[in-house]
Design a protein around this ligand. Structure first.
Ligand code: FE
Length: 235
């Protein structure tokens, strides 16, 4: 099988949220799509290991926030690469509460949907939830939604392990090309596979373009997932 072929499937990036037993949680997903127009139904695919998955089974509701292209790394890092078991993801994020009681992330969102689960399909490692839209809002009509391709190519990040589209890099031959083509220059985050490129630096994190990885201060963290500098390997 050619695993790189899967990269040619197009996706957006969303935050799926829910609340159960007074606890709010959410995660970054790239699988959310409209299933029918009448009634308006959508579907999402969620890894059973995600804390949010079991919470959605309990609550029967979830929200989808459609992220904009300029969505902050802080937001993507908190919801995409950290677990609700360790942190309260809603502590430092703008959100509203829907009429079903689910939290809806409004920060960096161009639109959101509040949904009631009507069908659950067991797909092995994942659960496919089909849900009816009970409320929605177009919050930023002119903003461009973030796509998975943009996230992968421009922000140089990869899907976290629980994503349905996660590809084990050992299965790709591009990793070897990256390493041999830029020996001693780039560095890779072992948590999220983000590649630090010295020529680009990390301006958002205060690292000027042209800074070698070795010269970055020890308290710098991965701009994508928040992992510490020692989680990086120099390629
Ligand atoms: Fe990272």
């Amino acid at each position: 099988m050619d695993y790189k072929a899967f990269f040619k499937l197009s996706y957006g990036l969303y935050i799926i949220s829910t609340e159960s037993k007074g606890i709010k949680n959410g995660y970054v997903a790239n699988t959310a799509f409209q299933v029918t127009a009448q009634p308006a139904q959508v579907a999402i695919s969620c890894n059973k290991n995600n804390l949010t998955c079991g919470m959605m089974e309990e609550s029967g509701f979830f929200s989808i926030s459609v992220l904009k292209q300029e969505a902050s790394q802080k937001l993507l890092g908190a919801f995409g690469y950290q677990s609700g078991k360790d942190i309260n993801k809603f502590e430092h994020v703008a959100y509203t509460t829907g009429k079903t009681g689910v939290p809806i992330v409004t920060e960096d969102a161009v639109a959101w949907f509040e949904c009631k689960i009507v069908t659950r399909v067991d797909a092995g490692t994942h659960v496919l939830f089909i849900a009816e839209v009970v409320e929605n809002q177009l919050t930023e009509p002119m903003a461009v939604p973030l796509t998975y391709a943009y996230y992968h190519e421009v922000k140089k990040a990869f899907a976290p392990k629980n994503a349905p589209t996660y590809v084990d890099e050992a299965l790709l031959d591009t990793h070897q090309e990256e390493a041999s083509g830029a020996k001693g220059l780039k560095a890779k985050c072992l948590a999220c596979a983000h590649i630090y490129i010295p020529e680009e630096g990390d301006p958002e994190g205060g690292i000027a373009a042209g800074t070698p990885f070795a010269d970055i201060p020890d308290d710098w963290v991965c701009p994508v997932c928040g992992a510490t500098k020692d989680m990086f390997i120099v390629l």
